[in-house]
Every structure is written in structure tokens, then in C-alpha cells.
Design a binder for this molecule. Structure first.
Ligand SMILES: O=C(O)CCC(=O)C(=O)O
Length: 252
């Protein structure tokens, strides 16, 4: 394995719970992935609908199954080496989705931990969010609370009947010290890596002319189980190393 991150980046990720990686996709790669993602989005959802629900306007799940370019990026792209460096030698893909905030969509997304949705054990899973557009405070960039992952998992047991974000379950939490929060300003093609316990949120997109589209891909330890699903393995493709779960080994 190549080690894409230097020690300073690894230390920063461990200390702050997030890490910005510039230009994981170059302009040409980003444009062609974006085009394919948009084709999938329009086919399934049509254009942004101001009357639509949050779910309708924000998420398209399993995008790796719909876009060949996303699948290649997810299964064989440079973020896999990052996952191996930060998680360990045995890696599976845990989820993909488009998470969009089109111009005019002013709905915020509250503070949450990605491991609050479909909680995994071990919890060292990481989310990668790759910007398909420049993202800043005007068009609804992410905000994070640095080092919030060090406080661990927020207990969601009383909130959970359905585990999946795709179900529209709102698992946002009240946060005591949001003055620590930092905007994650991204150029199109940059990727931010989030630890599964890092609290993050976004504001609405208040730009009249700019969409804010992100490609979400999550990687986990290949033996990670779903805590709220009787400890069954999270299904997803085995991407590196080994797993004790046959269902993951056989997953296509
Ligand atoms: O789309 C957004 O603004 C929020 C995305 C996010 O936090 C997530 O998908 O975990």
C-alpha cells in the first residue's frame, strides 16, 4: 500500500476528527463524474423541486450502483489508500450517496455524527465527502466541530427505530458549544474526510446561482457490524484485505 497521508495529516485527523484533501479529483475527472451523477439524479428525481421534501431534494443513495464512474472511484480510487491508512488493512465500502443542496434550497441540516446513522462497530469508519462544486458559507458548505469525535458516540437508542438516513430519520442533536464550529471551505474536486463521531452540519444554500453538490462515500473496517441490527455485518464490497463475514466476501 502507498501511504498517501504524511504523519502531520494523520495526527491532524486524529486530533481534529476531519481532514481536507485538496484536488482528489482533477477538473476533467470531476466534470465527468458530475455529469454521470447528474444524469442519475435527473433520471430518478428530476430538477430541484422547491415543494419537495428534504429527502427528495437532498439524497440519492447507492450512487455507486447507478454510476460506473462513481463505482470506480469508490472501489479503486485514491480514497481507498486513505481509508487503509486511517482505518486499517481490512476495508469495505459502507455506503455511497449524492448529498445535494441545489441553489435556492435553504433547508439546513442539523448537527449529527455519521456513526449516529446506522451505527457501526468498530466506529472508526470514515466518511469522504468530495465537492462537485466549490462550497462556501453562501452555498451551504459543511461546518464541523473540531475534536468533537473525541467525545465518542452520542447515544441514539431512544431516537432510533429506523437506522437509515435514506428513511429520512432526523438524528440531529443539540450542541452545547457551537462557537467552536468551523466552516469547511472546499474547491470543486477537494475531499473532506470525517471520523464517524465528528459532529458536522450545513446551512441552507443561499446562493442564487451556485449549486452545492457533494459525493458521499463511507468506508469501514471489513468486519464492522450494525449495532442496532442485531450485530449483523454491514453489507458492502470488500475492498482491501480480509473479513470474517462470508456475506461481505461474496458481496458484489
Ligand atoms: O448535505 C449536507 O449538507 C450534509 C451532508 C452530511 O453531513 C452528511 O451526508 O453526513
Amino acid at each position: 500500500m502507498t501511504s498517501p497521508l504524511d504523519q502531520k495529516q494523520v495526527d491532524l485527523y486524529q486530533r481534529e476528527g476531519f481532514l481536507l484533501l485538496p484536488q482528489i479529483l482533477n477538473a476533467e475527472q470531476r466534470q465527468s463524474i458530475t455529469q454521470e451523477c447528474m444524469d442519475c439524479w435527473i433520471e430518478e428525481k428530476g430538477p430541484y423541486d422547491p415543494e419537495g421534501t428534504w429527502l427528495h431534494n437532498a439524497l440519492l443513495t447507492d450512487i455507486d450502483r447507478k454510476s460506473g464512474k462513481v463505482q470506480t472511484f469508490y472501489r479503486n480510487g485514491p480514497l481507498l489508500d486513505v481509508a487503509e491508512q486511517l482505518i486499517g488493512p481490512n476495508i469495505k465500502g459502507a455506503a455511497t450517496q449524492l448529498t445535494f443542496k441545489m441553489r435556492g434550497n435553504s433547508m439546513p441540516f442539523g448537527w449529527h455524527q455519521d456513526n449516529g446513522y446506522g451505527q457501526l462497530d468498530p466506529a472508526n469508519a470514515m466518511t469522504t465527502l468530495t465537492a462537485l462544486d466549490d462550497a462556501d458559507e453562501e452555498n451551504g458548505c459543511l461546518w464541523v466541530i473540531p475534536s468533537s469525535h473525541l467525545r465518542g458516540q452520542i447515544d441514539m437508542t431512544d431516537r432510533l427505530t429506523v437506522q437509515s438516513k435514506a428513511s429520512g430519520a432526523d438524528l440531529s442533536v443539540e450542541v452545547e458549544q457551537p462557537q467552536d464550529a468551523r466552516p469547511v471551505i472546499m474547491k470543486a474536486g477537494d475531499t473532506v474526510i470525517l471520523h464517524g463521531h465528528t459532529l458536522h452540519r450545513s446551512e441552507g444554500n443561499h446562493s442564487k446561482h451556485r449549486d452545492r453538490r457533494l459525493l458521499f462515500m463511507r468506508y469501514a473496517d471489513a468486519d464492522a457490524i450494525e449495532v442496532y441490527n442485531q450485530g449483523t455485518p454491514r453489507l458492502g464490497p470488500l475492498l482491501r484485505g480480509e473479513t470474517r463475514f462470508e456475506q461481505v466476501r461474496d458481496y458484489q
